[in-house]
Design a binder for this molecule. Sequence first.
Ligand code: SAH
Length: 219
Amino acid sequence: MSLDEDGETNKISLIMELRKQGIRANDVLSAIERIPRDEFISTSFKAKAYDNHPLPIECGQTISQPFVVAYMTEQLRVGDRMKVLEIGTGSGYQSAILSLLCRRVYTIERYRTLMRDAVNRLEGIRIHNVTAMVGDGAKGWPEQAPFDRIIVTAAAGAIPLNLLEQLKVGGIMVVPVDNPQRRGEQKLLRLTRTDTGFEQEDLLDVRFVPLVEGVAREG
Ligand code: SAH
């Protein structure tokens, strides 16, 4: 079997596993089927590209587990006319998945290297509706606000209220927030902005790299 065929077989087993784990949204599963995760991973880990695991990327960061990407995307309930903000571009994989489901993705990364690599990969697979910038995602992207959806792919210490303000009323944010009872673990929350504040739903226990203040000095 050629490498490509191997990749396809692994991808199909991954989709089957995600279905078994409860992912139901066909648009999300088909986005995962269409985006080559191996393109977002360095050479030494390519053989594991379709394993259902997080993997290391540059700058000591990680590309999330496919299940977590699928789950968060499903819980975000993205529509094709929507403007979505992502905090924590990392490899660019989550941006690529979102780009197939909405009108435009805005994504913020604090490491210049990661942002550059992500942009190159997205261009390489002909994705043109992602706008990326280097910045402190905790501040959001006020010039482009309000957003229909916000996804935070790094662990916040508390509910990021200033990001909520950049959400439309009725808009949804999915964000991992530190669990004070369990060090290093977060509760994944879905927050829906209302006229007067927000509603909160607790989803899953997750582990993300932390949301770090400010732009990285190196990398
Ligand atoms: N969505 C990514 C997962 C990235 S891991 C993917 O699909 O690969 C989380 C990322 O958040 C890391 O790259 C980290 O550098 C970035 N990050 C952490 N704090 C940040 C901040 N304040 N602003 C922007 N990016 C941040």
